[in-house]
Design a protein around this ligand. Structure first.
Ligand SMILES: *[C@@H]1O[C@H](CO)[C@@H](O)[C@H](O)[C@H]1NC(C)=O
Ligand SMILES: *[C@@H]1O[C@H](CO)[C@@H](O)[C@H](O)[C@H]1NC(C)=O
Ligand SMILES: *[C@@H]1O[C@H](CO)[C@@H](O)[C@H](O)[C@H]1NC(C)=O
Ligand SMILES: *[C@@H]1O[C@H](CO)[C@@H](O)[C@H](O)[C@H]1NC(C)=O
Length: 667
């Protein structure tokens, strides 16, 4: 049974409207446009890299593109004419790998943002979160995240439940340290969790006690953390999280996203937002599956996956209003290459220090470090075959070069068995932090898409010193091999992996183009200074390649290139206006960029205050809504960290990296 993924019948529909670039100039019976942008630098990112100065939008669709004079016939009495004053306009960003729901939930937490605080500052920020929530959250759990616990203890000595009990609330409170090893709870949280003087320390964990007795202090270490389990967020909270995420996406210029690990919950939540006309990005969901235990389970997995996807699929054609598409699965083939986790599957063994100490400068291959991929080759071949035949695409998490190879092998198996079905499936291999030189050309040969996170090609504590040592010098050029895969014929697709990393798309593009971070950006480890402010091994890609990865190449993976990803007559008016010209700023400034305006299907969904007056537009969502203010107050230093001091910024960059627990997988 074949599922019609993506556009379905949209091609013919678009054909009716599409005029084609060449035929615009002199179009005689032009219909008046709703909006005309003029006097801009408009980068179409079409096949011939057109640059225009004017663009007309009618009914959410691009109706003309060319010189200012070419759009003259499209200006009627009701047409809004926007003078871009020479600013850059480009297609809306397509982020092909992110985790919107967890990202949104993280935005709703009470966030200490890695700032060094004393106990009074801690309590005052938490009280602000409590007061902001008001009555509706009266007895709900409050989760506080990203606490710089060592600084707190240095400044205020031991902090325990007695301090937290001073907060004006009945709510149980759990505060998580940024290194994930410690949590601090109040008396109410201990009570609900049944942690008493009689509770023994769990294996691998510790319940700290008040001095001179057995009474729990409210500080729980390591496995002790697991004794406190706030209930999962309610549907109302999860919905609010999706709203917060969409708000951030609008501000970042993301008009299409692919949620890389999705299930029925996403369907429920995003359908509601679509129903209330709050969906401001085109959504693609990868349905998460686990490997069956044996070959016997493959057929059942394929059938149940197909049933779930058909149930949730939105079969409508792509139009101006965003849709919710389910057309691919997501599976994990391995973990991560970073030391000490090293759960990624690699072709050659990882290296270990010969004298057992991480500080040693002599490391050597250690065969005992090898992992097999989570899926056997046989089961992967068979599962993807079943899915591809059913019309379902796939995105696989592959971090190490052996996992990458398994993914490519499965594509090859399908190509060999069904040579006449060329182009019939989309397979995206996500991450490939380490890839093998023998496999670079296979992406192009097999038509497999590398979905890569450019920001990982900057130096950081993920690599320095031990991950580099544990891979050995000879493989350094195989890390984040964007250029190698592109040169071998397959364009790169970009995915941010937010919230594993901060959502900072132009920083990521800057990294792709220079293999360096940005010392002025708190989201970049380079802001922490040496040794992170140097150049990452491997070669950069061009500015245009990087921009295509986050626009048209993503659209192709999503089977939506006839409707989005470039600016062409007949395509959706998904576009952004930038503060500065990405193609013309000096390299070090590529990442210092602001999106001034975001339009989705002809609707302005975001504009900065200045852009509102400069362009005379009123975005669908006001900049300072109730929610914005609330989000802003919940995070120390403001929503998206925009109000942090210089010292505050430095604290984030140090602790953000250290806070990533190496024992955890990437999501
Ligand atoms: C705590 O103990 C009470 C009474 O013994 C029990 O009903 C409840 O389920 C326990 N709660 C947890 C989270 O273990
Ligand atoms: C291992 O070697 C490093 C120097 O290469 C030295 O600093 C460290 O003390 C040694 N550790 C052990 C356990 O011998
Ligand atoms: C999977 O496919 C590859 C490529 O065709 C093939 O070499 C390999 O033998 C297959 N593996 C299994 C276990 O079926
Ligand atoms: C949103 O509004 C606030 C308050 O007017 C202002 O400080 C902030 O700069 C605005 N943000 C943008 C992106 O325009």
């Amino acid at each position: 049974m074949a599922l019609t993924p993506g556009l379905g019948g949209a091609f013919s529909w678009l054909g009716i409207i599409g005029l084609g670039l060449a035929s615009i100039a002199g179009a005689s019976n032009a219909e008046p446009a709703d909006v005309v942008f003029r006097n801009g630098r408009i980068y179409a990112l079409d096949d011939v890299s057109s640059v225009a100065s004017a663009l007309a939008v009618k009914g959410g669709i691009i109706s003309a593109l060319g010189a200012d004079a070419d759009t003259e016939p499209f200006i009627g009495v009701d047409t809004q004419v926007i003078d871009l004053h020479g600013r850059m306009l480009m297609p809306g960003l397509i982020d092909s790998h992110m985790h919107v729901l967890p990202g949104g939930l993280a935005l709703l937490n009470c966030d200490m943002n890695y700032q060094p605080v004393d106990v009074n500052q801690l309590l005052s920020h938490i009280q602000g979160c409590i007061d902001g929530d008001g009555e509706k959250a009266k007895t709900d759990w409050l989760e506080v995240v990203n606490l710089d616990y060592p600084s707190l203890v240095t400044k205020s000595g031991e902090v325990n439940k007695r301090d937290l009990d001073k907060l004006q609330t009945e709510r149980p409170i759990v505060i998580r340290s940024s290194d994930y090893h410690t949590v601090l709870v109040n008396s109410r949280a201990l009570e609900i969790s049944n942690i008493t003087a009689a509770t023994p320390d769990p294996p691998g964990g510790k319940i700290e006690r008040l001095s001179g007795g057995q009474e729990p202090s409210g500080v729980l270490q390591d496995a002790g953390r697991d004794l406190v389990n706030p209930p999962p967020p309610t549907e109302a909270v999860r919905l609010e999280a999706c709203r917060a995420a969409l708000r951030l996406l609008r501000q970042a210029g993301i008009t299409t996203f692919q949620e890389a690990v999705a299930g029925p919950d996403h369907h429920v939540l995003f359908s509601q937002l679509r129903g209330s006309d709050e969906l401001t990005a085109r959504a693609y969901f990868d349905f998460s599956i686990d490997p069956p235990e044996s070959m016997e389970g493959v057929q059942a997995l394929v059938s149940s996956t197909l049933a779930a996807i058909i149930r949730m699929q939105d079969t409508s054609i792509i139009g101006p209003k965003p849709t919710l598409k389910w057309q691919a699965i997501k599976g994990f083939l391995d973990g991560v290459i970073t030391y000490p986790a090293r759960t990624a599957a690699v072709v050659d063994p990882y290296w270990n220090p010969v004298n057992g100490s991480e500080t040693s400068d002599k490391w050597a291959p250690d065969p005992s470090t090898m992992n097999q991929p989570y899926w056997s080759q046989e089961i992967l071949n068979a599962t993807l075959e079943g899915l591809f035949l059913a019309g379902i695409d796939a995105q696989l998490h592959v971090d190490g070069d052996l996992a990458v190879r398994y993914g490519l092998n499965a594509a090859q198996a399908f190509r060999e068995k069904y040579p006449d079905r060329k182009g019939d499936f989309k397979l995206g291999l996500a991450h490939e932090e380490l890839s093998h030189q023998d496999d670079w050309a296979r992406f192009a040969e097999l038509g497999v898409d590398p979905i890569m996170s450019f920001q990982w090609a900057q130096l950081s504590s993920f690599y320095i010193p031990s991950t580099f040592s544990s891979l050995g010098d000879y493989r350094k050029g195989n890390l984040q091999a964007h250029r190698r895969i592109e040169e071998a014929g397959r364009p790169i697709v970009y995915g941010s992996d937010w919230p594993i990393d901060p959502l900072d798309e132009f920083l990521a593009l800057k990294v792709a183009v220079t293999r360096t971070g940005d010392p002025t950006n708190p989201n970049s480890p380079a802001s922490f200074g040496p040794p992170y402010d140097g150049i990452f091994p491997g070669d950069p890609i061009s500015r245009e390649s990087a921009l295509r990865a986050i626009t048209i190449n993503g659209a192709r993976f999503l089977r939506a290139e006839a409707a989005i990803g470039s600016l062409e007559v007949g395509k959706m008016a998904d576009l952004i206006v930038l503060e500065r010209n990405y193609f013309e700023v000096p390299e070090e400034e590529i990442g210092r960029q602001r999106v001034l305006l975001t339009m989705v299907g002809g609707e302005v969904v975001f504009a900065t205050d200045n852009a509102q007056s400069e362009f005379g537009v009123t975005p669908k969502f006001p900049n300072l809504s109730q929610t914005d203010g609330q989000l802003n107050r919940r995070a120390m230093g403001g929503f998206d960290r925009r109000d942090l001091s210089r010292e505050g910024v430095a604290a984030v960059s140090i602790l953000r990296r250290r806070g990533q627990c190496p024992h955890k997988h990437h999501v």
